[in-house]
Design a protein around this ligand. Structure first.
Ligand SMILES: N[C@@H](CCC(=O)N[C@@H](CS)C(=O)NCC(=O)O)C(=O)O
Length: 274
């Protein structure tokens, strides 16, 4: 599970923590994110968190532009930004994060592609993929299947309560189509469905933590002495829970010897808002 044996072989080289935050580059990056009712200095989009912390870790300056759910596609098309994904039938998906790099004039969509772009474009900054991107791509695929998939129905009812009015209708319509029921019916507080959902998430985290321990990764980072994109992927989803459902984050933060809480704590300086 999680391809951790393979991951570990690639991460045996220990990576020294970087001091790059002391020497930010002059580059300015615009990061597109979805606004929420928590305020501009409390972002909540899990996929955008991955890019936020990666930019900070690399010491690259960025500013946030807020874009409501229904405006993402028209805005990105107007700007000439690429879709983040395309289906086999040719349907294009427009999501955030998207970045605009004023130094190169490029728009990049999708947190993983952005991380690859940042490593390639700014090779003197701390690497997000010190052992290459393939192994992390395979890790992310497993993590999404095992942990994120059961987490999403638990968080959707939390997300809608934190959205600005312009986003609410779009979010309700698209999610109710996907889940084939009202948002309130997906996993109501106190319901058996919600309890079972959290059990699934906890079980997958138990397995993940077990694999990490077996592979000698004792934390706080997944594969060494410095964070990598793999940590930022996990962190994005942990911060989602922490921000939108603090009471459900509490037991997760202490589970598995406190590994998840430790990861959040160890990366606090990269979570500072820009
Ligand atoms: N694989 C993409 C997923 C991006 C994604 O799903 N982003 C969400 C916000 S966290 C989004 O923009 N959703 C738009 C929508 O549902 O219409 C990535 O890693 O960037």
């Amino acid at each position: 599970m999680f391809g951790l044996g393979r991951v570990n072989q690639h991460f045996t080289r220990r990576i020294k923590a970087s001091n790059s935050l002391k020497t930010p580059l002059r580059t300015m990056i615009t990061l597109y994110d979805i606004p929420c009712t928590l305020g501009d200095d409390h972002p909540r989009s899990p996929n955008v968190w991955k890019t936020r912390v990666a930019l900070k870790y690399k010491g690259l300056q960025y500013k946030t532009e807020w874009v409501a759910f229904p405006d993402i596609k028209p805005l990105m098309q107007k700007l000439g930004a690429p879709p983040s994904a395309k289906s086999r039938s040719g349907t294009e998906f427009y999501t955030v994060p998207v970045i605009y790099d004023s130094t190169t004039g490029h728009y990049i969509a999708d947190s993983f592609k952005i991380a690859q772009y940042l490593d390639t474009t700014y090779p003197s900054t701390p690497p997000l993929f010190p052992a290459g991107a393939d192994v992390v791509a395979s890790f992310e695929k497993h993590f999404i299947r095992e942990t994120v998939s059961p987490l999403i129905p638990l968080m959707v009812p939390r997300v809608i309560t934190h959205l600005q009015p312009r986003c609410t209708e779009f979010f309700r319509t698209t999610r109710e189509q996907r889940f084939k029921c009202t948002i309130e019916e997906i996993a109501p507080d106190g319901s058996e469905k919600r309890k079972e959902g959290w059990e699934k998430v906890r079980k997958s985290l138990d397995t993940f933590a077990g694999c990490l321990t077996e592979n000698g990764a004792l934390g706080p980072y997944l594969f060494g002495e410095a964070p990598t994109q793999a940590d930022f992927i996990v962190l994005g989803w942990l911060l989602w829970i922490k921000t939108l459902s603090p009471e459900e984050w509490e037991p997760i933060s202490h589970a598995n010897g406190g590994r998840w809480g430790d990861l959040v704590h160890a990366t606090e300086k990269y979570q500072e808002f820009s």
